[in-house]
Design a protein around this ligand. Structure first.
Ligand code: FES
Length: 218
């Protein structure tokens, strides 16, 4: 792969031409909030709208997960316009996310906590009305527990289940009712889940956790 040079937050960086800005930044120790991106998934879903960056010469902030690196590119991950968009997206996610970190097995390695710290926002934003879902928790799988109320709809588990497992998971419904679930909303135990645990490992929140309390295994 041809090597190119670009600048991110004032740092001169060498990357492969066509590499994705999100992974170039993360590989060089520059954090950009992200929830829906997965390195192996070459077609970014760009669903979470958290990875906004500003690029010199572009009028509007762009999502880092859909932007490829080109020679001489100048990227700013700390621009106010990009951060404002990311904060809006994060507050909307958190408006329907139960925050009970003290009792959540994911606390400490939850990506929502990391993003809140990075964006300097609270996990309990006040500007949007809190609307919590009250969906049943599925603990029928011997390996993991799925709590859809803590799901941020990033879609990582859906993608990895199709790649590594047998594609049990998918999106259902629209708007506030949108949920990641199994076919016909049946318990995991009704499917031949291969128990690879990949869905749990990529889950950024406490929605999918191992029963042994191992959090994500990341
Ligand atoms: S990581 Fe880019 S939009 Fe989600």
């Amino acid at each position: 792969m041809k090597k190119i040079s670009l600048t991110i937050d004032g740092n001169k960086i060498t990357a492969g031409e066509g590499e994705n800005i999100l992974w170039v930044a993360l590989d060089n120790g520059i954090y950009i909030p992200n929830l829906c991106a997965l390195r192996d998934n070459l077609e970014s879903m760009a669903a979470c709208r958290l990875c906004f960056v500003e690029i010199e010469g572009k009028e509007q902030p762009v999502t880092a997960c859909t932007e490829t690196a080109v020679e001489g590119m100048v990227v700013n991950t700390r621009g106010e316009r990009a951060l404002k968009l990311a904060r809006n997206a994060f507050d909307l996610i958190m408006a329907s996310h139960p925050v009970d970190c003290a009792h959540c097995v994911a606390s400490g390695c939850c990506e929502l906590q990391q993003i809140a710290r990075h964006l300097k926002v609270k996990l309990k934003p006040k500007r949007f009305k809190k609307l919590l879902r009250e969906l049943p928790v599925d603990d029928s799988n011997p390996l993991f527990i799925y709590n859809p109320n803590k799901c941020v709809l990033c879609g990582r588990c859906v993608w990895v289940c199709r790649q590594h497992g047998i594609g049990i998971l998918g999106f259902a419904h629209r708007g506030f009712q949108r949920v990641i679930t199994t076919f016909a909303d049946e318990p995991f135990s009704n499917f031949r889940c291969q128990e690879c645990g990949e869905c749990v490992k990529v889950c950024p929140s406490g929605a999918l956790v191992f029963k042994n309390g191992n959090k994500f295994g990341k």
